[in-house]
Structure formats: structure tokens, C-alpha cells
Design a protein around this ligand. Structure first.
Ligand SMILES: Nc1ccn([C@@H]2O[C@H](COP(=O)(O)OP(=O)(O)OP(=O)(O)O)[C@@H](O)[C@H]2O)c(=O)n1
Ligand SMILES: C[C@](O)(CO)[C@H](O)COP(=O)(O)O
Length: 223
């Protein structure tokens, strides 16, 4: 089974409110993106594509990820476009499975990677997630509409692993339908295909807003 990985790093980080790509920020002295590149490499995946903005490709290859054996592909204005560009870039490599991971999630582990790949081998599509800890409300115009039962709610994370042909088809269908999502499993779900959810880790956070850096520093020092 050949597995390729796409590490997503072409975002604008608007919620981070900084004028540089958040995946390049230092975390305990190392750029955030290097954590997931190293863990994915260690897990035995050799074909890694980093999807980042045109302006950041040289900076990544000459500085941030200098010495790491990865390829680069230009991302797009939306995460979905970035993933699609990555999928097109590995088309000729005959990957059976593709593991898609947010470069902004530095705390992915080898065991999470292994379990998500095993689940995708069995089910064709798998995502890592965690059961939500809070009671979630659906709110409209400032008032609660309803309260979904917490037992059925999970927060989805990455990695997400798919059979290559399946995720490519899901992206092509989304393009045809003008459908856009920040999450790849949604594209597979809307084709009526079941996605296996496996339990990840609360510490597999996505660095999204400024306070996440402090949380990440604390998590990094727990190692
Ligand atoms: N056009 C985009 C948007 C996002 N991403 C990547 O997808 C991951 C998850 O996205 P998110 O945290 O939502 O990142 P941003 O889009 O950068 O953040 P924001 O929504 O706050 O602008 C990040 O590693 C980000 O770099 C990407 O490759 N291409
Ligand atoms: C894939 C993902 O991490 C979980 O669905 C996604 O990137 C989340 O993006 P969001 O814009 O922060 O929901």
C-alpha cells in the first residue's frame, strides 16, 4: 500500500491576526510546520508534498524546511483548492492512499498516523477526531435554536486519510457542484460514502487563534 502525504500550509491565518504564515511561527525554538513533517517522515511516509503559497515556497525550501526531503506545490485561496492542487501533484505517483494533514497541527503522533492509515485501508476514508467536551448549542440571531446531544458530537481533526481515487472524485464532484468546504471529509460524505471516525487526541490542536500559541508551548514542553 503506497501512502503519500499532503501537508497543508497555504492558509492566510486570518484568525491568528499576524502578517506571516502561522505555520512558520516558532514553537519551542522550531517552526510549527517542522513538527508534523518530522512525525510523518518518522511514520515511514516518504512522499510528502507541502502545499504552500507561491511566495512561501522558496522560503520553505531554503530556510524553514531546508534539508527535509519534501516536494512543494502552490496552494490556492481556499483550503479545498490547496488540497486539490496537492492531489493533482501526486497524480502520477500511483499512491493508493493519501494522508492529508494541517501544517498547523504540530502534535500529530506516529500512532495516530498509523491508526488513521489502518482505518482507511479498511474503510476507504478515515478521519481523526475527539469527542467534544462542552455542550454545544445551535444559535441563530443570538438565541439558542437547539442543543444536539453531546454523545453524538465529535470535533474533527487531521490527519484524514482516503483512497486516492475516492478523494480525487470527491473533489472533482465538489468543483462541478460549486461546493466549498474547509474539511475534506465533507466532500466524501456528500457522495454518500461513510467516513470512519477514529479517536485522536485532545492535544492534536490546530493553531488557529493567538492564545493557541501559549497552549502549544505548554503542550510542547510536556514531551
Ligand atoms: N487556502 C488555504 C487555507 C488553509 N490551508 C491550510 O489548512 C490548514 C488549516 O486551515 P486553518 O487553520 O483554517 O488555516 P487558515 O486558513 O490559515 O486560517 P484562517 O481560517 O484563520 O485564515 C492550515 O495548516 C493552513 O495553512 C491551506 O493550505 N490553504
Ligand atoms: C480539516 C480541519 O482541520 C478540520 O476539519 C479544517 O482545516 C478545519 O478548518 P476550520 O476552518 O478551522 O474549521
Amino acid at each position: 500500500m503506497k501512502v503519500c502525504a499532503l501537508i497543508m500550509a497555504a492558509g492566510k491565518g486570518r484568525r491568528m491576526q499576524m502578517d506571516k504564515n502561522k505555520v512558520f511561527l516558532p514553537l519551542n525554538g522550531k517552526p510549527i510546520i517542522t513538527y508534523s513533517v518530522e512525525t510523518i517522515k518518522k511514520s515511514g511516509i516518504d512522499d510528502i508534498v507541502v502545499v504552500t503559497s507561491k511566495d512561501d515556497i522558496d522560503f520553505c525550501s531554503n530556510e524553514i524546511l531546508k534539508g527535509y526531503e519534501v516536494r512543494y506545490v502552490e496552494g490556492g485561496a481556499e483550503r479545498q483548492i490547496s488540497v486539490y492542487n496537492g492531489l493533482m501533484a501526486i497524480k502520477e505517483t500511483n499512491c493508493d492512499l493519501v494522508l492529508i494533514h494541517d501544517g498547523a497541527r504540530p502534535f500529530v503522533t506516529e500512532s495516530i498516523i498509523r491508526e488513521s492509515i489502518e482505518a482507511a485501508i479498511e474503510h476507504g476514508a478515515a478521519a481523526v477526531g475527539v469527542k467534544v467536551k462542552d455542550t454545544i448549542k445551535v444559535v441563530k440571531d443570538g438565541f439558542i435554536l437547539h442543543t444536539p446531544p453531546r454523545e453524538s458530537l465529535w470535533a474533527v481533526q487531521t490527519p484524514q486519510v482516503f483512497r486516492y481515487d475516492l478523494i480525487l472524485k470527491a473533489h472533482q464532484k465538489a468543483i462541478e457542484d460549486n461546493f466549498l468546504s474547509t474539511d475534506d471529509t465533507v466532500l466524501v460524505e456528500r457522495m454518500g460514502i461513510k467516513v470512519r471516525m477514529i479517536e485522536g487526541a485532545y492535544r492534536n490542536i490546530k493553531i488557529t487563534t493567538p492564545e493557541d500559541i501559549y497552549i502549544a508551548e505548554a503542550l510542547a514542553s510536556m514531551n
